[in-house]
Ligand binder design. Structure first.
Ligand code: NAI
Length: 700
C-alpha cells in the first residue's frame, strides 16, 4: 500500500512510521514480511498513539500496515525470549487505544491474523479492503489469542460466532466480517483514501465504541456441547479446549479479570511442549520446499501417469484436483477401466459427503484422459510412473518413456525404495529423471518425497518442488538410499517392534502403546494396512546384505509364509472379519511369536509400554540422525515433516528429531548407549548425535 504523507513521515522505531495526513495521524506498521508485532512494533505504535494524543492538530488516528498485509500477528520467532514480554505488551497498546478520546481506526488490507486482529479489535473502528481475511488462528500453533481476542470478539460479534472462529482458527473474508459485525465498512478502492475521511467523520461524532465495554449475551450458548464435539486426537486438542475456556471466561468475568485469565492460559500453552512442537512444524513446513542448488522452476502443462493402480489413480486425482490435464496410461483395457472406475467412485464418495458437487466430479473426470497408447504420453511435460515395484519393469518403462517423451519432459518414478540412479541409467537423459514418492492415498496425503538422483538437473528439482506445492503437497527433497527418508527409518522402527514381540509384548500392546503416544496407527496395524508382502519382498532382496551376527526377528517372515499379508488377505499381525478393517487379536500370531522367541533362546518377560515407546522412537531418532549426517535429508526439520505428514507421527510432538530435542540430546544419547549395552550393535549411536552432545548442542 502506498503512503503519500502531507507531512514527512518519521520513524518511531525501526519498524513503525508516523505521518500526518491533514488532521489524521497514520501509524504505519512496517516490519516485513507480515508486520509481526515484535517489541519494536508494539513500542512504535504506543509512541505514535501518545504523539497523536498530544498533538492538537490531530483529530483522528489510523493504524495501517505496509507491504502485503495489515498484520500477521505476534512475532512468533520472539516467543520464549525476553522480547516477547517486553513492555509495552499488546494489552498495554490496546489499553492506550481504548483510552484515546480521538477515534482510532484499523485500516486492514491483505490479512489481520492473531495479534493483528486483536490490535484491530482494540481499535474503535475497523475498515477492511475487499478480499482481506481476518482470523484468530492461534490454535493452529497450539496457542490461544493472548492479546484480548477471546474477550473482545465475543462482545463484538456474539459468543457463538466468536467461539467458532477462535476454537477452529478459521478465517472470515471481509464480506463475512462485515456481515458478522467484525468490521464496520469495506473499502473497495484505495484503502487509505477510504480510511482517512472515514476517520474524520467518526471524529466528528464525539464518543467512540470500545469492544471491551460492550455487554455480552451468552444465552443459549452450550460450551459443554462444543467441548464434546472436539476431536481429542487433533494435534492442537489442548489449545482448542483452552480456547473454549477463554471464551467461557469472557461470559463469566468482567473484562480485566477475563484478560488475566486469557493471559494465564496463553502463558501455560506457550511454555508447553505441544505448542513448541507445533511452532517448530510451522517453520519446518515453510522451510521444507526450499532447496539449495539454484535451479529455475519451469512450467508444467500436461501430466502423464503410467499405471492406474492404487497409486497411479490417486496421483491422477491429485493433479486433476489442481486443474492439470492428465493422461492416464495402462497396459490393458481391463486395468484401465478398473482404475478409472475407482477414481470416479472416490470422487462420488467425496460428493456424497457434500465436499464436491456433481459438476465438480465431472470437471475432474474430464481432466483425466485414459489411454492405452504410450505415444499419448509424448506431449506431457511431467510423466510419473506408478507401475509394479520391480526394477526390471521400471527400467523397461523408462526405456519406453525415453523413446516417446518430448525433449525437456521430466520423467519421474513413484518407487518407494528402488534406486533412482539405476532407473535413470537406462535413459539417455538422466538429468530429467527424478523420484516423486507419493504416499497412499496420494490424493489425500500431504507429503511428497522428491528424490534427487546423482544426475538429476537443478531445474528439474526446482520444477518438481514448485508443482508439488501447486497440487497442495509439502515436498521434501531427499537423496537416494534404501527407502529414502521415511521408509528407511521404518526399518529400525519395525525391527524393534519385532524384537519386543519376541521379548514378551503382544501386537495389541505395541500398537496400543504407540497410539497412546500419539501415532495415528501402531507399527503392526500399519504393516497390515500397507501389505506385509511388500516388506517381505524388501527383506528377501536385502537378505544378502544383512550381517549374519546381528539379531533378526523371524516373526514377520513366518506370518508371511502362511500367506498372511495383512488387511488384503484378512490376516497379518491381526485377523480381520470380512469387510472390516478392525484388527482382532489372533492366537495363530501369538503362537508364531512364542515359537520364534523359543528358537532364538529368548525367555519372554513383561514389557512395559514405556519401553515400547522408547525403543521404537529412539530407533527412528538414531536412523534420522544418520540420514541427516549423510545428507540424505537437507535438514533435521525435513525429517520431522516427513514423519508428521507421511507416517502419522503426532504433530503435537513435532516429529522424531524434535521429540529427541524435547527429551534432550544428551538424555537421548544416554538412552541409546544403554540400549546398545543391553541389545548390541543395532544400537550403535549415530556419530552426529555423539558429536552434537559433545559440543553441548541442544538441537540437530
Ligand atoms: P498397483 O499394483 O496397485 O498398480 C500398478 C499398476 O501398474 C497396475 O494397474 C498395473 O496394471 C500397471 N502396470 C504394470 N506394468 C505396467 C506397464 N508396463 N505400463 C503401464 N501400466 C503398468 O501398485 P501400487 O500400489 O499403485 O504401486 C505402484 C508403485 O507405487 C510402486 O512402485 C510402489 O512401490 C509405489 N508406491 C506404492 C505405495 C502404496 O502404498 N501402495 C506408496 C508409495 C509408492
Amino acid at each position: 500500500m502506498s503512503l503519500t504523507a502531507t507531512s514527512p513521515s518519521r520513524d518511531l522505531s525501526n519498524t513503525v512510521r508516523y505521518a500526518l495526513h491533514g488532521r489524521v495521524a497514520v501509524i504505519f506498521l512496517d516490519n516485513p514480511p507480515v508486520n509481526g508485532l515484535g517489541d519494536t512494533v508494539r513500542r512504535g505504535i504506543h509512541e505514535g498513539l501518545a504523539l497523536a494524543q498530544s498533538d492538537a492538530a490531530v483529530d483522528a488516528i489510523v493504524i495501517a500496515g505496509a507491504g502485503k498485509a495489515f498484520c500477521g500477528g505476534a512475532d512468533i520467532r520472539q516467543f520464549n525470549t525476553p522480547a516477547a514480554t517486553a513492555k509495552p505488551m499488546l494489552r498495554d497498546v490496546i489499553a492506550a487505544i481504548e483510552a484515546s478520546g480521538k477515534p482510532v481506526v484499523a485500516a486492514i488490507h491483505g490479512f489481520a491474523l492473531g495479534g493483528g486482529l486483536e490490535l484491530a479489535l482494540g481499535c474503535h473502528y475497523r475498515v477492511a479492503q475487499a478480499g482481506s481475511r481476518l482470523a484468530l488462528p492461534e490454535v493452529n500453533l497450539g496457542l490461544v489469542p493472548g492479546g484480548g481476542g477471546t474477550q473482545r470478539l465475543p462482545r463484538l460479534i456474539g459468543v457463538m460466532p466468536a467461539l467458532d472462529m477462535i476454537h477452529t482458527g478459521k478465517p472470515l473474508d471481509a464480506g463475512a466480517a462485515l456481515a458478522a459485525g467484525l468490521v464496520d465498512a469495506i473499502a473497495e478502492g484505495d484503502l487509505l483514501a477510504f480510511a482517512l475521511p472515514y476517520a474524520l467523520e467518526r471524529a466528528a461524532q464525539g464518543s467512540h465504541p470500545v469492544a471491551s465495554r460492550r455487554a455480552l449475551n451468552a444465552d443459549g450458548v452450550d460450551f459443554a456441547a462444543t467441548r464434546a464435539r472436539l476431536n481429542p486426537k487433533a494435534r492442537n486438542a489442548i489449545a482448542q479446549r483452552a480456547a473454549i475456556d477463554c471464551v467461557e471466561a469472557a461470559t463469566r468475568l468482567p473484562i480485566e479479570p477475563g484478560l488475566d485469565e486469557e493471559r494465564r492460559l496463553f502463558d501455560a500453552l506457550v511454555e508447553g511442549d505441544a505448542s513448541k512442537a507445533l511452532r517448530h512444524l510451522f517453520f519446518a513446513e515453510k522451510e521444507a520446499p526450499r532447496v539449495s542448488g539454484g535451479g529455475r522452476a519451469g512450467q508444467i502443462g500436461r501430466v502423464g501417469i503410467l499405471g492406474a493402480g492404487t497409486m497411479g489413480g490417486g496421483i491422477a486425482m491429485a493433479f486433476a484436483n489442481a486443474g492439470y490435464p492428465v493422461t492416464l496410461y495402462e497396459r490393458d483395457q481391463a486395468a484401465l477401466d478398473r482404475g478409472v472406475a475407482l477414481i470416479r467412485k472416490n470422487y462420488e464418495i467425496t460428493a456424497a459427503k457434500g465436499k464436491l458437487d456433481a459438476a465438480g466430479v465431472e470437471a475432474r473426470m474430464a481432466r483425466i484422459a485414459p489411454s492405452l497408447d504410450v505415444q499419448d504420453l509424448g506431449q506431457a511435460d511431467l510423466v510419473i510412473e506408478a507401475v509394479f515395484e520391480d526394477m526390471a519393469v521400471k527400467q523397461a518403462v523408462f526405456r519406453q518413456l525415453d523413446a516417446v517423451c518430448k525433449a525437456g519432459a521430466i520423467l519421474a518414478t513413484n518407487t518407494s525404495r528402488l534406486n533412482i540412479d539405476e532407473i535413470a541409467a537406462c535413459t539417455v537423459r538422466p538429468e530429467a529423471v527424478i523420484g516423486l514418492h507419493f504416499f497412499s492415498p496420494a490424493n489425500v496425503m500431504k507429503l511428497l518425497e522428491v528424490v534427487r538422483g546423482a544426475g538429476t538437473g537443478a531445474d528439474v528439482i526446482a520444477t518438481c518442488m514448485a508443482v508439488a506445492q501447486k497440487i497442495g503437497k509439502i515436498p521434501v527433497l531427499v537423496g537416494v538410499c534404501e527407502g529414502f527418508v521415511g521408509n528407511r527409518m521404518l526399518t529400525g522402527y519395525w525391527r524393534e517392534a519385532g524384537f519386543l514381540l519376541e521379548e514378551g509384548a503382544s501386537p495389541q500392546q505395541i500398537d496400543g502403546a504407540l497410539t497412546r503416544f500419539g501415532m495415528a496407527m501402531g507399527p503392526l496395524a500399519m504393516a497390515d494396512l500397507a501389505g506385509m508382502d511388500i516388506n517381505w519382498a524388501t527383506r528377501k532382496r536385502l537378505a544378502p546384505t544383512r550381517p549374519a551376527h546381528l539379531r533378526y526377528s523371524k516373526v514377520a517372515d513366518r506370518i508371511c509364509e502362511l500367506g498372511r499379508f495383512g488387511q488384503k488377505t484378512q490376516a497379518g499381525y491381526y485377523r480381520y472379519e470380512p469387510g472390516s478393517r478392525q484388527p482382532l487379536p489372533d492366537p495363530v500370531v501369538d503362537g508364531i511369536i512364542e515359537d520364534c522367541a523359543r528358537e532364538a533362546g529368548i525367555v519372554r518377560r513383561p514389557v512395559s509400554d514405556e519401553e515400547i515407546v522408547e525403543r521404537c522412537m529412539l530407533a527412528l531418532v538414531n536412523e534420522g540422525a544418520l540420514i541427516i549426517e549423510e545428507g540424505i535429508a537437507q535438514r533435521a526439520s525435513d525429517v520431522d515433516v516427513v514423519y508428521v505428514h507421511g507416517y502419522g507421527f503426532p504433530g503435537a510432538r513435532g516429529g522424531p528429531m524434535f521429540h529427541a530435542q524435547t527429551l534432550g540430546l544428551a538424555a537421548t544419547l544416554e538412552k541409546i548407549r544403554a540400549l546398545r549395552h543391553e541389545h548390541g550393535e543395532h544400537w550403535k549411536p549415530a556419530p552426529l548425535l555423539e558429536r552434537l552432545v559433545e559440543q553441548g548442542a541442544t538441537a540437530f
